[in-house]
Design a protein around this ligand. Structure first.
Ligand code: GUN
Length: 298
């Protein structure tokens, strides 16, 4: 039996449609437009591409977007000054500083400078703390928030299920656990987190009703690590060499898709799985942040 494919592309498209309507209604009913500022320091091509996609998505949904690009050698104080200005700017409700930052900058200090109310990445310690203590009115990191949407919208509500997360990063694994544990829609799961130092990973992953993999290790989860009928969410995006492709590489996840799809009941592909959800959830966070800052009761 081959697993059902959970398409992030399709779910993201549906959420983008809903968000576009929500933004139009905010304009119509309250003359309010949410605004997002993206800050890119330096010229890393991957970061340039991500930031470009974020601004394009914002514009498509009717969100005001301001893209700020700074030289790689700009002093940290100047970036902190810019953030201070954005914190006070009434047109801006979400601030995203693209990571990684150049080596001479202290990432934690920069993230700490962003007003938590405008922290649409959900990386500020205040928002991390709120999420960990189970608050529901919080800006949650976009990738794990996207995974929750995919589970719920594909009919795989995590409530009452044993979710095993492979990976403990601040961007995915840890906030993923907090979201799934919350007493809230999309939560109420039993959660186990394992990682690269877990002695027998397969022994733990085989317990999962829902297995979420974000470890950054190409095709690491094999079929014998998955319980038959489990739902498998692959957050990994890895480039591997492929001589059969003209460009010489292809993208694979952290899950060996071709073999795991015969064991799982549902699985996300790479590409076209979790990837498209991240930017979409950033837009949702920007609108949520704007609505809260403007004190609008929709
Ligand atoms: N770099 C890679 N992923 C992300 C992300 O989700 N947010 C930001 N700000 N930078 C990133």
């Amino acid at each position: 039996m081959s697993a059902e494919i959970i398409s992030g592309k399709e779910i993201a498209q549906a959420i983008r449609g809903e968000t576009t309507e929500r933004v139009a209604a905010l304009k119509e009913n309250y003359d309010f437009t949410p605004g997002l500022a993206t800050v890119l320091v330096g010229e890393d091509p991957a970061s340039q591409s991500y930031v470009g996609m974020k601004n394009k998505a914002a514009k498509e949904m009717g969100i005001y977007s301001r893209q700020i690009t700074l030289e790689a050698d700009i002093p940290e104080d100047e970036l902190l000054g810019l953030i201070e200005g954005l914190n006070a700017d009434p047109e801006i409700h979400g601030i995203l500083v693209q990571l990684p930052l150049p080596k001479h900058m202290d990432e934690s200090k920069v993230l700490l400078a962003i007003d938590p109310a405008k922290d649409v990445d959900g990386f500020h310690p205040v928002n991390v703390g709120k999420l960990s203590t189970g608050e529901t009115e919080v800006l949650a990191p976009c990738t794990p928030a996207g995974v929750v949407e995919m589970l719920v919208r594909s009919g795989n509500d995590p409530s009452g299920k044993h979710c095993v997360i492979v990976g403990r990063s601040n961007i995915v694994g840890r906030p993923m656990g907090s979201l799934l544990l919350r007493k809230a829609p999309g939560g109420n799961a039993t959660v186990t987190t394992c990682h690269s130092r877990t002695p027998d990973l397969g022994e733990v992953t085989r317990l999962a009703d829902i297995l979420i993999v974000a470890i950054g290790w190409p095709e690491m989860v094999k079929a014998d690590m998955v319980k038959p009928g489990a739902v498998v969410i692959d957050v990994g995006v890895n480039r591997i060499d492929d001589d059969t492709r003209e460009r010489g590489w292809r993208l694979v996840g952290d899950v060996a898709f071709d073999e795991v799809k015969d064991v799982a009941s549902a699985i996300t592909p790479v590409p076209g799985g979790v990837g498209p959800m991240t930017i979409t959830m950033l837009m949702c966070n920007t609108v949520d942040a704007g609505v809260r800052q403007a004190g609008i009761q929709e």
